[in-house]
Ligand binder design. Sequence first.
Ligand SMILES: C[S@@+](CC[C@H](N)C(=O)[O-])C[C@H]1O[C@@H](n2cnc3c(N)ncnc32)[C@H](O)[C@@H]1O
Length: 237
Amino acid sequence: MKPAEFDRHAAGYDGGLDNPVKRLMGNSPDQFIAVKARWLLRHEPALRSGGLAMLDYGCGAGDLMRVLAGLGARAAFSGCDISQGMLEEVGKRWSEALGPAPTIVVQNGVRTAFADRQFDVITISAVLHHVPIEERAAVYRELGRVLKPGGRLYVFEHNPRNPLVRYVIARTPIDENAILLDAREVRHGLLDDSRYDLKTDYLMFMPPGLAFLRPVDRMLAWLPLGAQYVVAARKGA
Ligand SMILES: C[S@@+](CC[C@H](N)C(=O)[O-])C[C@H]1O[C@@H](n2cnc3c(N)ncnc32)[C@H](O)[C@@H]1O
């Protein structure tokens, strides 16, 4: 298998925090991930119960699952990625106190080895902008294949409508080949493949490190200008 683009970023991967503007907003990569993890736990409280099977597609170093577990999630986690190097980081960053380590699977292109309708919850976070435009439909198809009827898919992405996001992405080495996508593109791509009920929230209006401003973020979730968005998709039964 030829090396994936992220193999060369894997050792010491920090989610692009080498960018000085991003560093002004938060001083650790986990602060950025925790915004998404807290949003997920509010919308999927059953993740804490231990009964759900959750896949993080394009999980990289497994940071979203690790931060979720640190906040109390006890799902049966699985992660997959096209980068063997990134997946090797998952075990190194996981600690026993977080519960059983995720099941990790290297992808063959967009396809995974998971069974049809295997997962209750799927996340795909900061991945699609690294997937060539002509391959994105195949990713939506794969996500739809492994999601249970009634299951929930959450697509987290950088929001190109936010000018600061465009500025940062254009100056961050891990994003040199990134092609950002609007929430509308995600919604249309998903609906081309399956029947979903869709809802979009915007996240990260305020610097993630400033906990006292979190209520402001929650009040603004409707405004399409946050640094991130999440398209929440419930698959038809
Ligand atoms: C910016 S990192 C994000 C990693 C992780 N999702 C997170 O939020 O920390 C992007 C990841 O997407 C992966 N990736 C890129 N194209 C992919 C594809 N077609 N299928 C699965 N993963 C892919 C890369 O290998 C990399 O690990």
